[in-house]
Design a protein around this ligand. Structure first.
Ligand SMILES: [Zn+2]
Ligand SMILES: [Zn+2]
Length: 356
């Protein structure tokens, strides 16, 4: 069963290590059993898509050539494969890109979000599909069916917002002071979610004045420019020298992460989201870790589909505003310009429209 679809579509591909993304024509995919075809309305570009574009060390770990990029995607179901009953034609969906296997130890424990044999949409891992395409084939079980009338831009942000939500939810922020390190898109979402979930003061740390402005717009009550102020001193001044109760590390800067243990209050909790590329090094393990009786949580992706539901409700209920995080809406045919903006540091979140 399907609506009438064209035979050809535009998509981006990465074919070789040397080339970036190329805009090409491909046949519109056909759904296999259990699949749906999505007409992609929006695809958001993630920091990891830059790694993939450049094909650096990280890319070699997380992706396999060739692939259609784009793992943050949303759109409308326009064709149903055999046996799909949970979705209907016309349903608006967003893609959970952690393609869990369904049969490993963790999948059996209902923790498919951290599946041990996970494939990934938009990375050439177990699927040649990705969101930078006019149409995309996705197994129905990885589609989150929207239940509200979120805009396409809001819905496409549910994936990165979900990572932030997963972290914030794990560290009991209610009534606590929360420090968010790094005000990129995920850090910004963490600020807004921490506020919505009842945090007292939320400190946003970055070195880019534009990002600190955004942090304020997202609900940070204190912003700290790490290039101009001593972060530790600022925290101690605001907390009666007790240290901060909750930390969310979203910068991926190893030097910040290493220092952050000394800023945490005794009994504090910390969640790691960023991807540091240098070793973890803590000078005073006894006083900064062991005697602190701290809780360290790390997250990888979202709880499926708990996180999605929570995030959709936060946006639909007006408790979190995500739109300020989007700095650019760009037609996918202008992908070269989009990646120049992002790689040059001139953008926050870029959302592409694959239909244009
Ligand atoms: Zn991402
Ligand atoms: Zn699994």
């Amino acid at each position: 069963m399907k609506m009438s679809l064209p035979s050809e579509m535009r998509c981006l591909v990465k074919e070789t290590e040397e080339q970036g993304y190329q805009l090409v024509k491909r046949p519109v995919p056909k759904p296999g059993p259990g699949d749906v075809i999505i007409k992609v309305e929006r695809v958001a570009i993630c920091g990891s898509d830059i790694n993939l574009w450049k094909w650096n060390e990280t890319a070699r770990i997380i992706a396999t050539l060739p692939f259609i990029p784009g793992h943050e995607a949303m759109g409308e179901v326009v064709a149903l494969g055999e046996g799909v009953t949970e979705l209907k034609l016309g349903q608006r969906v967003a893609v959970e890109n952690h393609f869990y296997c369904g049969s490993c130890y963790l999948c059996k424990e209902k923790r498919g979000d951290i599946c041990m044999r996970m494939n990934q949409y938009g990375h050439g891992r177990g699927t040649d599909q990705g969101g930078c395409a006019q149409y995309s084939r996705v197994p129905a079980r990885y589609c989150y069916a929207l239940t509200t009338s979120l805009t396409a831009n809001q819905a496409v942000l549910l994936e990165p917002m979900g990572v932030a939500h997963n972290a914030v939810e794990n560290i009991e922020v209610k009534g606590e002071n929360v420090l968010v390190l790094g005000c990129g898109p995920v850090g910004l979402f963490a600020i807004a979610i921490a506020k919505a979930l009842g945090a007292r003061e939320v400190f946003g740390v970055d070195i880019d004045p534009g990002r600190l402005k955004l942090a304020e717009a997202m609900g940070a009550t204190v912003t700290v420019n790490g290039n101009k102020e001593d972060i530790g001193e600022t925290i101690m001044r605001h907390t009666d020298n007790n240290g901060i109760g909750r930390i969310i590390e979203a910068s991926g800067a190893a030097s910040l992460l290493n220092k952050s243990f000394s800023w945490l209050r005794k009994g504090g909790q910390m969640a790691l989201i960023g991807l540091p590329k240098a070793p973890l090094h803590v000078e005073n393990v006894l006083t900064d870790i062991v005697f602190k009786s701290l809780t360290l949580k790390t997250v990888h992706g979202r709880r499926i589909f708990h996180t999605w539901k929570e995030c959709e409700q936060l946006i639909a209920g007006g408790l979190v505003t995500v739109d300020p995080v989007i700095s650019h809406n760009i037609a996918m045919t202008q992908h070269e310009y989009a990646f120049q903006q992002l790689i040059g540091g001139h953008a926050c979140k870029i959302v592409l429209d694959p239909q244009n």
